[in-house]
Design a protein around this ligand. Structure first.
Ligand code: ATP
Length: 299
């Protein structure tokens, strides 16, 4: 990793002006950022914090008011860098009367990809986004999850080295979300660099190596997810098959060493894992139902 700096911003700033050129909003204030090859990078922040503005500046869709945005060492406004970029906007505007094959073929032609390479790439992408079986259906019949997946395939048609994803999991159910996260990790394993912005913090935590948190156009935090989330002065031990005697002994060892036992519990799984295992189980054993037990009801 870290062979090439894919994105570098230097004091990148954006002021939106109104029709008469008067200053309206300082959307981004002096952003300094470096994103290296092979990273999955998350851009976080509340509504209006400057995430979309940053993405648009990186894509060269907006001109900075001050500062610089460099992509693969070139100015973001240099169109030649577009060949190495894939972009999934929050809403994909694809032609609803084309099917998946036709859609990918259309975008492949826009990039001047030779027919043989195009054919091979379309096969690979339909497999990656798992819509091979629906490839001949018009996009207007697609569910939200399928629409998001074909949007991703479209963003990848030029085999980009850098992929920008705007809210990749928004509106997806937990299964669609898990699949999208797995696809992001697959792309990372292929060596792609990925920048995503999202409000869904658990999704960001699952896939991102590093994050930046923006607030009111300013960078407030930047770092590796694992180190930012590490609770420095607490030790977690996970063990299986401990007897009550052993647990008591552990308690007294901690006491003897002047430590404070915060908890000694059975760990809980995540709601995502629980949901996915229930759906998988239901697919494997259709017709099985849970009869509500009054003790499980909320009081
Ligand atoms: N074209 C524009 N003209 C004027 N102001 C704009 C324009 N686009 C965005 N803004 C303002 O710039 C600020 C940053 O907006 P931006 O869309 O970058 O935020 P965001 O973090 O992507 O928000 P969200 O999470 O809601 O998508 C906001 O105050 C917004 O109102």
């Amino acid at each position: 990793m870290a062979d090439e700096t894919v994105i570098e911003t230097r004091a990148l700033s954006k002021v939106y002006r109104d029709f008469w050129g008067r200053q309206k909003v300082r959307a981004l204030k002096s952003l300094d950022l470096k994103i290296e090859e092979g990273e999955v990078f998350g851009l976080l922040g509340p509504n209006g914090s400057g995430k979309t503005t940053t993405i648009k500046l990186l894509l060269g869709l907006l001109f900075p008011t001050e500062g610089q945005a460099l992509i693969f060492g070139k100015e973001a406004t240099d169109v030649s860098k577009n060949e190495r970029i894939g972009y999934l906007p929050e809403e994909s505007y694809l032609y609803k009367f084309l099917n998946a094959d036709e859609t990918l073929d259309f975008y492949g032609r826009l990039f001047d990809i030779p027919p043989e390479v195009r054919k091979e790439r379309i096969e690979k992408l339909l497999k990656l986004v798992k819509i091979e079986r629906a490839r001949k259906r018009q996009l207007r019949e697609y569910s939200k999850g399928m629409t998001r997946r074909i949007g991703l395939a479209q963003a990848l048609i030029n085999d980009p080295d850098l992929i920008l994803l705007d809210e990749p999991t928004s509106g997806l159910d937990p299964i669609g979300t898990r699949e999208m996260k797995d696809m992001i990790l697959e792309l990372k394993a292929e060596g792609k660099t990925i920048v995503m912005c999202s409000h869904l913090l658990a999704d960001v935590q699952d896939v991102c190596d590093r994050i930046a948190i923006l607030h009111q156009g300013e960078l407030k935090e930047l770092g590796r997810v694992d180190s930012l989330l590490k609770v420095a002065d607490t030790t977690q031990i996970m063990a299986k098959g401990l007897s009550d005697d052993c647990k008591n002994e552990l308690r007294s060892v901690i006491e003897r060493h002047q430590g404070e036992l915060v908890s000694m519990d059975n760990p809980t799984t995540t709601l995502e894992d629980l949901f996915l295992s229930i759906v998988r189980d239901s697919e494997a054993r259709p017709g099985r139902r849970v009869v509500a037990d009054s003790s499980d009801d909320a009081n």
